[in-house]
Design a protein around this ligand. Structure first.
Ligand SMILES: *Cc1c(COP(=O)(O)O)cnc(C)c1O
Length: 636
């Protein structure tokens, strides 16, 4: 555990450092003198919100925990940073083209989120990318800028393609990206039926090797994209159909969260050459779409590891611009407008999940007093505990462990009673605690003694569901920064992992960021009686909401949209109420009214038979009917 610099004085800075807040917070998250996490929704440009005060204010408005707080200013700031990075790179390399991004809707389809992005992105003609028909419908209804791109990815049937073609007549700029060889025939057919063609793109299946979680998104066996022979054949098919003049875009996507910039450079070179070749084959082209993959430094380590990236946003933009320029200019190919489909990089920072701890539990910490009638095993443990010293830690632990095992054997054989076994266990834990307290800080202790510390750790019970709010921690071992949002001016005195409300043993957070690695226990404070203990899970604005599920019927949490108010403080723009119990029951085809009615009939019968009083029956019905209308989470 991190220690204060000078014994006894723990400062907010120590607290922020312990959780690496200054490394991953990226100027959006920091701390104040009260030991609270603060949010600077506009980054360095001023304005700050005390996250704890905000949560209290929302609770006063009857918005209970867990709460998903979306900071729309952050979303806007991310957009600005992305565009500023490309603008700088374009100026720096003297690139004679421009950058025009799109938001991949699959990253966060929430209406207010997509609306906000479209609205804030208007000044750059920022567009949308759809990967399914439903996402296409979102993009069609929200985009109203004739210059913004609407990139149509994913599997496409005839109706999808025809819709895209008609959207072009509506004044939009849909680009139908051919992801599968058979889609070209459908495009030709739809174009003949409607007498108009869409703007066409081709997704290339690159051979450059990728790494990381989504490394298999490229290479010969990737799910999407055309191989080089298919790409050539498709180009010829388009030429024969008179549609080559509509081939405008080359697309590739090498997977999400690219950790290592070297991987991107290889892919860019390969794609840059393919772009030039398509141009030489007679397609007008004009756009090179480098897909998603721009990563997030979840742990602030700036390393090529899963939870990090070894490059900055600016490095990324520089490499895209410079590499494409290097590919095109020597061959006299006009440089394309650069498109990226950066989802994670735009949407991760803006939402924070805040949840409360309902309680914590761990190894028992009571020490029984010695008694006259203690059996030998218990007396031995008392002696072991009394004899622990700096010089015999390993030996003392060996003894304690042996006596604990003896106690279990004796219990199995009927020689030890339950209270005696309880005392033996309490003493064994007391030995462990005393040993851990005496363990030196250096690392050359036997592994076994170090793991003792972990075995004493507490489990903190959080009022949330991992499956609902941070499913990637469970599905793909993703790490998000998790930390208390207050008491940072107090040294944490516990190590713990976090269990959620579900009855699933996988429903826990047991891996935490630690500078390019991970750790299984998080430094936490002992919750105080009558005081909430609030934790925040950060950088989870991308993918988590839609991947989240109803496991154990925990529904969506309350969500709010917060803006920095002009005169200081905040403005509550939208409230999106979380699911009620009735909502999640209906999602499983149950009928809440019918459920209530059945219960009413059963209680009438119980009243008639004298098993239940009328007032108790009323209480039962009122609990059930209130629960149906309330959140699926626990209420304080
Ligand atoms: C998922 C996806 C994206 C978004 O990727 P990020 O890593 O979130 O930026 C972009 N393009 C395509 C084709 C995708 O499938």
């Amino acid at each position: 555990m991190a220690r204060s610099d000078t014994a006894g004085t723990w400062t907010v800075e120590n607290g922020a450092g312990l959780y690496d807040l200054d490394r991953w917070g990226d100027s959006y998250f920091s701390t104040n003198s009260r030991g609270h996490v603060t949010v600077q929704p506009r980054g360095d440009r001023g304005g700050s919100i005390d996250l704890v005060d905000l949560v209290k204010g929302l609770q006063e408005r009857d918005l209970g925990l867990p709460l998903l707080i979306r900071f729309d200013d952050i979303l806007e700031d991310r957009l600005e940073r992305l565009h500023a990075a490309f603008d700088r790179a374009i100026a720096h390399y003297g690139y004679v083209g421009r950058y025009q991004g799109v938001f991949p809707v699959k990253c966060n389809q929430q209406r207010h989120v997509v609306e906000q992005l479209v609205d804030s992105g208007q000044r750059w003609h920022f567009g949308l990318e759809a990967g399914s028909k439903a996402e296409l419908l979102i993009a069609l209804s929200l985009l109203n800028d004739p210059e913004a791109l609407l990139i149509c990815n994913g599997y496409k049937d005839q109706r999808y393609i025809e819709t895209a073609i008609l959207a072009r007549r509506l004044g939009q700029q849909p680009v139908v990206v051919i992801e599968q060889p058979d889609e070209v025939e459908r495009i030709i057919q739809a174009s003949q039926v409607l007498g108009a063609a869409p703007m066409i793109g081709i997704r290339a299946r690159l051979s450059s090797l990728s790494t990381g979680r989504w490394g298999s998104s490229v290479g010969d066996r990737a799910k999407f994209g055309l191989s080089i022979p298919e790409l050539l054949e498709t180009t010829e098919t388009l030429r024969d159909a008179g549609l080559l003049g509509d081939l405008r875009l080359l697309h590739f996507h090498i997977g999400s969260q690219i950790n290592d910039i070297a991987v991107l450079k290889d892919a860019l070179q390969e794609a840059g050459q393919i772009y030039g070749e398509l141009h030489r084959l007679g397609a007008p082209m004009g756009y090179l779409d480098v897909g998603g993959g721009l990563g997030i430094d979840y742990d602030g380590s700036r390393s090529a590891t899963a939870a990090s990236t070894n490059y900055s946003l600016q490095n990324y933009a520089n490499d895209v611009v410079a590499t494409v320029k290097e590919c095109c200019e020597p061959c006299g190919v006009p440089v394309p407008t650069l498109v990226s489909e950066s989802g994670r990089a735009l949407a991760s920072h803006f939402s924070v999940l805040v949840f409360d701890i309902l309680g914590n539990g761990g190894a028992p910490d009571e020490i029984p007093v010695p008694r006259e009638d203690d059996p030998l095993i218990v007396r031995n443990l008392h002696d072991t505990l009394g004899g622990i010293s700096q010089g015999n830690l390993q030996e003392a632990w060996n003894d304690a462990l042996k006596f604990k095992q003896d106690a279990l054997s004796a219990f199995r054989l009927g020689y030890l009673r339950l209270p005696e076994r309880a005392r033996a266990e309490q003493l064994a834990w007391a030995c462990a605690r005393r040993i851990v307290k005496l363990l030196p800080q250096d690392d050359d202790m036997p592994e076994e003694l170090h793991s003792l510390r972990a075995s004493l750790a507490s489990t903190y019970y959080g009022n949330f569901s991992v499956f609902r709010s941070a499913p990637d921690t469970w599905a793909i071992d993703q790490l998000f920064p998790v930390m208390p949002i207050h008491r940072l001016n107090e040294e944490p005195d516990q190590l713990g992992s976090i269990a959620d409300l579900t009855c699933d043993s996988d429903g826990k957070l047991a891996r935490f960021i630690e500078g390019g690695k991970s750790k299984t226990l998080l430094e936490l404070h002992t919750p105080q009686e009558g005081e909430p203990y609030l934790l925040g899970l950060f950088l989870a604005g991308a993918y988590q909401e839609v991947m989240g599920n109803l496991h154990n019927l925990f529904g969506s949490t309350n969500a709010v949209h917060i803006r920095l108010a002009p005169g200081g403080g905040y403005r509550l723009d939208h409230v999106v109420r979380g699911d009620t119990n009735a909502d999640v029951l209906q999602a499983m085809e149950h009928d809440p009214d019918l459920m209530l009615e059945r219960l009413r009939l059963a209680s009438e019968e119980a009243i008639r038979e004298g098993r239940l009083g009328v007032s108790d029956a009323r209480l039962l019905i009122s609990h059930v009917s209130n629960s149906l209308q309330q959140s699926t989470y626990l209420q304080a």
